[in-house]
Design a protein around this ligand. Sequence first.
Ligand SMILES: [Zn+2]
Length: 249
Amino acid sequence: MTIVPTIKLFETDAHIRELETTIVDQSDAGVCLEKTIFYAESGGQPGDVGELVLDGGVPLRVVNTQYIPGRLRIAHVLATPPDRSLIGAKVLARIDWERRYRLMRLHTSLHLMCSLVDAPVTGCAIYPDYARLDFDIEGPLDRQLLTDRLNALIGKDLPVEIQYRSADEMSAMPSLVRTVQAAPPQTGNQLRLVSIGDIDRQPCGGTHVRSTGEIVSLAVTSVEKKGRHNRRVKIALTALTGRSTETAG
Ligand SMILES: [Zn+2]
């Protein structure tokens, strides 16, 4: 049997909040959709939560989104497994946008931090309330200086753009790869590159804002020493709401 990959709309437009689509498979792991706007956990960014609303208005609560091994398809993990087959059912898929938008603002902020700290990144995690990067660096990092420089880049409202490059084109520019990626963001033989103005460009499969002004403001909340060569830097958003432009589903 040929496995039809899930169409990942979050890769092409991270600002879609809801979408009409069809359930194409169902298992203990959850349900698969023909196309999805739910980001599947990867690269330090958690899977989306939200709901799938069936014809007739019955909502199914999605508590997590995960790749099925092989990464071709995406499982939407339901709070309550359905007691009947839903294959073929039309649904309105709706993500918890408030949570996802915080993740997008924090995720993009980590890219900005990579552009400011000249050291290899050895760890990355993003949560709805904060995000962190681990740097392989010996010297200290100034929390206030880093906060000021990050907010200056946010204030410049730099464009965030997605490009696709082949592995050959990538090997011609190895200096771009800063992060230690758990799973390379590869679609076919194309690598997904995220660039922010002319200050940062790196392979990434996550969801980002369209321009840094959407982040509004943030603060470095701590710099912890986690061993002689490791500094863990945590950031949090200091503006409750971001400056988003909505995309219709
Ligand atoms: Zn990213």
